[in-house]
Design a protein around this ligand. Sequence first.
Ligand code: GLA
Length: 407
Amino acid sequence: MAASRKTRMAIAAMMLWMLAFTPAYALDNGLARTPPMGWNSWNSFHCDVSAKLVEATADAMVTSGMKAAGYVYVNIDDCWLLKKRGPRGDLVPDPRKFPRGIEAVAAYVHRKGLKLGIYESAGTTTCAGYPGSIGHEKQDAAQFARWGVDYLKYDNCGDYRGETYLQRYTAMRDAISDSGRPMVYSLCEWGNEAPWNWAQPVGNLWRTTQDITPRWKTDQPDNAYPRGIMDIADQQAALSAASHPGAWNDPDMLEVGNGYLTADESRAHFSLWALLNAPLIAGNDLRTMSKEVRDILTNREVIAVDQDWGGRQGYRVRDAGKTQVWVKPMSDGSVAVILLNPGRGPVDIEATAQEIGLKHADDYAVRNLWQHTDSVSHGRIEANVATHSVAMFRVWAGSKDAHKSPK
Ligand code: GLA
């Protein structure tokens, strides 16, 4: 007898549920259970990478207090290698930039209690024209493992030799797994194929947009290069359901302290990335950063929002042109809130406890995450917010002490 429509629907729902919750749905490498934190050479140095820079950056990560605040990965981006593979087909680090090879740099970084990341591409060349990994995945992953690499950013340049994006990105996933060394696997296909729909079982993080640039806004169309901070934020608004521990949306590396961004813009950028559970990969020169920039990158109350998983990445609840409100549920039942002024001139921004998703209470405990002050509210969260700036709060219904993080 044919199964009734109801039974068939119930079976289909069960299969979907099983598909979603079997371990294969997430890349099961046990890494990046919280969004990865670190530094990457590209945004400030482009092709000007060297062992000297990487080692001095590792030193600065420790002495600046960034390591203590949670930053771990020191990542070398493009241009670390020679334009030709070696006689056995191996990738060769450029001896002028890395005279003692990558292994020695990895050892240095490891001695500091940090981890090393490297860059390759899922095509015939990297974006700067160096040899890519397509067809060499096993050999390259094995070599990275021998060198002691802990993180691979895998780009999307070169020729794809007729392979699909899924073939190209899973080939390297499997090669890393076969190498026997755990490596965070960061997909960088610029959001081209909507990776938030398929990348969870493939990588630990996936870029959602074209490259970031240190400008507030470019007003270019969505797929245009490069992207300003607000252009990228707009593109993240609908993606919050796609991420979970071990699998993160990546709105690109930080530009805090870079280019034309003001301190307010850098604070807004950092606040939004934290609310989005984005990887916090600094892209500035850690050796020379000002105290102001260091204070932004090491704001532990904002970092705590990024590193907390309350069951959902943050999202926008209001876009009224001159004012925006973004929220993120936190594990202890509180809500992180950003009141954002995307435009010019100061504006008063106000949100209710109801709008940010908190239950009714007589009092709300409010913590200002940039001013580090406490206050009590009867249901309104408000601030006067300057040009291109945010106010960021964490709000508890009732008293803070009544909440405990489920650990
Ligand atoms: C692409 C990536 C960047 C950077 C460069 C390196 O543009 O998106 O993040 O890695 O390549 O060439």
